[in-house]
Design a protein. Structure first.
Length: 386
């Protein structure tokens, strides 16, 4: 953020403005500053400021030829403290569950239509990208290479022909598809029509204004729609889920799986239950329901789990035991019948190398039985999404 001095007063003002931008991104609500409790929180903006530093750079502008030095203030806020403060005043948090959104954009000027793709170098594309970054939307732009040209035309996008749009979108890693159509009405006025495909459900909206505002309206509408969906899912009633993970062959796999669950935005606690061969039961507490956790796994940046079926096969000759509750008494034992089974606290090594090559898992080997809420298969490292 551009500043004129390094004084505390201006730093406080800058932190307040920057915090508003952060709140818009984490809540998905552009009007978040008007919600009850937010003005008081903004008044404490310096309390959430974790790091800041100043730097001076030469300002350059395409419109004005100048090389005047400009002082900038870089800031980082305490995300955990901010999330806690927002929950205390009941402000919904979107969190990190953000789908990649593929944008098909067609523009019509003077009767000519064209598509805008990732290879375009224009202020229009820069404006779209900046707005998406501000709203926290991972935006994907098509290449518009020969393969795209064979699958889709500007006319398909213009009439929102979903069959061809979905066919052309299949090659891109995205969970939502945004279709935009911008019509030059003349006199600096543009009509923007937008359609978002989220899980097969279409959301439509339109707006007429100058070009920059019409573009912002498309991105803001997308952010609001996505936030409404994912905030609703992640802020559903908290609960406890039993997650069975297959193909865990050693302690490194176990540690990797446990760390991954801990890192999910909707998960608040992770407890280790039972082991049956290469299968481990985790009991997790979440801020949302089963759907919230499935969405978090599906949209995570580097998923290590894939959905699987529960064959419910217990160890041969073993009697069915009830699922162990996530209890860890002081002596680290859980009494099960007449014998005490050791319970190992969640292990969080700094890296997989620390446990690579370890032998059997230090957990009670008992058959995993129902109820199980979700079943995943641990992906080998070589097959994980980059």
């Amino acid at each position: 953020m551009a500043v004129s001095s390094q004084g505390r007063t201006e730093r406080h003002q800058s932190a307040r403005m920057a915090l508003v931008e952060v709140l818009i991104k984490v809540s998905g609500n552009e009007q978040v500053a008007l919600l009850p409790g937010i003005p008081e929180l903004l008044g404490r903006s310096l309390q959430f400021l974790q790091q800041y530093r100043y730097r001076t750079e030469t300002a350059r502008s395409d419109r004005v030829e100048t090389t005047e030095p400009q002082q900038w203030l870089w800031m980082r806020f305490n995300q955990a403290g901010l999330d806690k403060a927002l929950r205390e005043i009941n402000v919904p948090i979107w969190g990190r569950t953000r789908p990649n959104t593929l944008l098909w954009l067609a523009i019509e000027q003077r009767g000519q239509r064209r598509l805008v793709g990732g290879s375009d170098e224009s202020e229009l594309l820069a404006s779209i990208s900046d707005r998406a970054k501000r709203r926290g939307i991972p935006l994907v732009l098509p290449l518009l290479d020969l393969e795209d040209q064979q699958r889709i035309k500007a006319s398909d996008v213009w009439i929102n022909f979903q069959d061809n749009i979905l066919n052309a979108s299949a090659r891109y890693p995205s969970e939502a598809i945004l279709v935009g159509r911008l019509l030059d009405l003349g006199g600096g006025r543009w009509q923007g029509r937008w359609s978002l495909n989220l899980g097969g459900q279409l959301y439509d909206w339109s707006h007429t204004s100058r070009l920059e505002t019409a573009l912002a309206y498309g991105i803001d509408g997308t952010a609001s729609t996505l936030a409404e969906h994912f905030v609703r899912v992640s802020n559903s009633l908290p609960g406890e889920l039993r997650i069975l993970v297959k193909d865990i062959h050693n302690l490194a796999d176990f540690a990797r799986s446990e760390r991954y669950l801990h890192a999910l935005d909707v998960v608040t606690e992770v407890h280790t239950g039972q082991v049956d061969g290469d299968r481990i039961l985790f009991v997790v507490k979440t801020r949302g329901d089963r759907q919230a956790l499935l969405e978090a796994v599906r949209l995570s940046n580097r998923p290590i789990f894939s959905p699987a079926q529960n064959d419910n096969t217990a160890a041969q000759g073993s009697a069915a035991l009830p699922v162990m509750p996530p209890v860890q008494p002081a002596d680290n034992t859980v009494v099960q019948g007449s014998g005490a089974l050791p319970v190992v606290p969640p292990a969080q090594p700094t890296d997989d190398a620390a446990v690579q090559g370890s032998g059997a898992l230090p957990l009670p080997v008992v058959p995993v039985v129902q109820p199980v809420d979700i079943v995943f298969r641990l992906l080998p490292k070589s097959s994980q999404t980059n």
